[in-house]
Write a protein of this length. Structure first.
Length: 368
């Protein structure tokens, strides 16, 4: 490949669900001697802390969904401005291809790629295609997906779809949880994860449920991710209940906590569910009720159907979580059954699959 054909632009932004896979992808491509630039909005920058080796361009972004007239006009102007800036950035850098990671932040960059006739790959890691990716289907050369069961793609675009798996951290593939909840270790060690935005509801609801468990003498240790303003309150609450706990805020070094627990309670973003499953950690999914197109519920249903996890909707959390923990405490084989089932699942080939797709698109573009 010549120098131009080693240059790839990754378009991302917004929440960790879009940005963290973009970071994982950029890290992989950099290690393969690609010249990678990330185009990201301001919201997504917080997920790139301490990542000095990355070349990041900031681009304004806005959604046009669910807005009044004034905000709609303002958003349209922002998107038009972002489109023109994207065209300039792509024209200057002349990448071999653009990789769109989903979300409205990536949309202008992907449209600019189409205008400049630069090959476009879009990535969808949920069970239902997001709105931005859906609108980009006619323009994409390839649609890389995490699941064969992806819904929302018309038959006319089915030939563009390739399953690659979940773009999660490579460190996950060399990690396997060896923690079992059994007669030798009767302490239920629970990791509570609220996703990249944390989960206010978890900080408010779960301590009360854990108190019920403590009242019936279920031994527990809690590792809970929360919002910064909940730290002191939760520590004080658990101390008063004599429940051992560690409280932390958003962290990209979750393997430290993965190695300590035998159960997780988590939101249902695709990357986190994949990381837990690949790590062989049983989990209880509690989907974010306000997720776009209810995609977190669809993700959670998929994992539950395959017996990789349990599923409790947030509206049922107060009633069902206590009963489920009691059941797990009574029958310690339940988590072992999930661990056994999870061993049938792996995303280890994801980066090999990505390399194959990239080489094919670049080769086809050279021939064209």
């Amino acid at each position: 490949m010549n120098k131009r054909n080693k240059r790839i632009i990754i378009a991302t932004g917004g929440t960790g669900g879009h940005v963290l896979p973009a970071y994982n992808l950029a890290t992989h491509l950099n290690s393969n001697q690609f010249d990678v630039e990330i185009i990201c909005d301001k919201r997504g920058l917080k997920y790139f802390k301490n990542r000095e080796n990355l070349n990041i361009t900031i681009l304004n972004s806005s959604s046009i969904l669910n807005k009044g007239l004034f905000k709609l006009v303002s958003s349209v102007l922002i998107i038009i401005g972002s489109l023109f800036r994207s065209i300039l950035v792509l024209y200057k850098n002349k990448p071999a291809l653009v990789f769109g990671m989903g979300g409205y932040s990536a949309f202008p960059v992907c449209i600019a790629a189409r205008i400049l006739k630069i090959p476009l790959i879009i990535y969808e890691n949920n069970l239902h295609i997001g709105k931005a990716n859906k609108y980009l289907l006619p323009f994409a050369n390839k649609v890389l997906v995490s699941f064969n069961e992806l819904a929302g793609i018309k038959k006319a675009y089915a030939h563009k779809v390739s399953k690659i798996g979940n773009i999660i951290r490579k460190e996950i593939f060399s990690f396997q949880s060896e923690n079992y909840y059994n007669q030798n270790d009767q302490v239920l060690k629970i990791l509570v994860l609220g996703g990249s935005q944390a989960a206010k509801a978890f900080g408010e609801k779960l301590p009360k449920i854990f108190k019920q468990c403590s009242d019936i003498k279920i031994p527990m240790k809690i590792y809970q991710q929360c919002l910064p303003d909940q730290n002191n309150l939760l520590v004080s609450y658990y101390e008063n209940l004599n429940i051992d706990c560690e409280i932390f805020n958003f962290s990209d070094d979750l393997l430290e906590y993965f190695s300590k627990v035998n159960l997780a309670i988590t939101r249902s973003g695709s990357s986190m569910l994949a990381e837990l499953t690949n790590s062989n950690i049983p989990f209880i999914s509690v989907p974010l009720p306000s997720s776009a197109d209810n995609h977190q519920l669809k993700n959670a249903i998929h994992y539950q159907k395959n017996e990789y996890s349990y599923l409790i909707e947030e509206k049922e959390l107060d009633d069902k979580l206590y009963e489920l923990i009691k059941l797990i405490h009574k029958d310690k084989s339940l988590l072992k059954q999930i661990k056994t089932q999870q061993q049938h699942y792996s995303d280890k080939s994801v980066y090999e699959n990505i390399d194959k797709e990239i080489k094919e698109i670049i080769k086809n573009n050279e021939e064209y």
